[in-house]
Design a protein around this ligand. Structure first.
Ligand code: UDP
Length: 311
């Protein structure tokens, strides 16, 4: 009998790729999603698969799953800045109450749980690149506070369940990730730039475009998650691609790749927008033997193919 894994946020961008990966590794997959920001189309192809089940459920409410569960991946949450600005309370609840419910489930089932934390725990970072030892620079009452603090609480309660209840826990800090199945209208830089380029609209760069991010292709991220889950390391691990780029350069790359006649226009920088972000991935390299394999040119090409089909 294959191992059984519960994946929350299963209809989302990352959750749906995780369902695919764990099914291909021979797991029985239980997907769970309340479809607040997830899209059932992302997992439609899995409904005929007998090793896949789906629960339409909100994990901020008590979570009941009959039968054995060996692993849990908690990936449910609004994850783009415009989503958590629109849904601040849900964002706090899924990171806090949802995590609590899933840790309780892990404890009662004897399951190992991996929770999806984020580079946002570093806030607008004062050290660069960010190592796991850095405690961060977060504004708790700013617009991003609802996401950042929910994820910081997630890490704290996860460590508490590990230390106090002996639950087997894993914490990943995910840096900017992109690829097929991102929502075209999720407001993040890549889907926005690609949709604008494909529609012949101007690309909206916020601020002067000098802020940086480091973008990881989704298949690389999923491989890092798989390796971390299977490892015996319970402290937080950064997973991301250290190749750092300014947002202005990023917009220019999208323009060049799509061959659009669109230009760049500048709009105001959102409050508390981090100025720079790059993961230090020494831990992932040493502990998991992981590093990203797909470079940005290749990753953007694959993503463009998806966006062309879905625009
Ligand atoms: N950004 C931009 N234009 C857009 C959307 C985003 O210049 O249309 C910028 C945003 O201000 C930030 C960066 O792109 O500096 C990455 O934003 P995203 O929403 O993708 O994620 P974040 O890393 O800020 O959570």
């Amino acid at each position: 009998m294959g191992k059984r894994i519960l994946i929350t946020g299963a209809a989302g961008f990352l959750g749906s790729h995780l369902c695919d990966r764990f099914l291909s590794e021979g797991f029985l997959v239980v997907g769970m999603d309340n479809l607040l920001t997830g899209n059932i189309k992302n997992i439609e192809h899995l409904f005929p698969v007998k090793e896949f089940e789906f629960y339409h459920h909100d994990v901020t409410k008590f979570v009941h799953v009959p039968g054995a569960i060996d692993y849990i991946l908690h990936f449910a949450s609004p994850a783009s800045p415009i989503d958590y600005l629109k849904m601040p309370i849900q964002t706090l609840k899924v990171g806090a109450l949802g995590t609590h419910n899933l840790l309780g489930l892990a404890k009662s089932k004897g399951a190992r749980i991996l929770v999806a934390s984020t580079s946002e725990v570093y806030g607008d970072p004062l050290i660069h690149p960010q190592t796991e030892e850095y405690w961060g620079n977060v504004n708790p009452v700013g617009p991003r506070g609802v996401y950042d603090e929910a994820k910081r609480f997630m890490e704290s309660i996860t460590m508490a369940y590990h230390n106090f209840h002996g639950v087997e826990t894993r914490i990943i800090r995910i840096f900017n990730t992109y690829g097929p199945r991102m929502r075209l209208d999720d407001g993040r830089a890549l889907p926005t730039f690609m949709s604008q380029a494909l529609r012949g609209e101007n690309l909206t760069v916020y601020g002067d475009g000098s802020q940086t991010r480091s973008f990881c292709y989704v298949d690389d991220l999923v491989d890092g998650i798989y390796r971390l889950l299977m490892s015996n390391y319970h402290r937080p691990v950064n997973i991301g691609n250290p190749s750092e780029i300014t947002l202005l350069q990023f917009a220019e790359e999208v323009i060049a790749l799509t061959g659009t006649t669109s230009k760049i226009v500048y709009e105001p920088l959102p409050q508390d927008d981090p100025k720079q972000r790059q993961p230090n991935i020494t831990k992932a390299r040493e502990i998991l033997g992981w590093e990203p394999k797909v470079d940005r040119h290749e990753g953007l090409k694959r993503t463009l193919a998806y966006f062309k089909e879905h625009i």
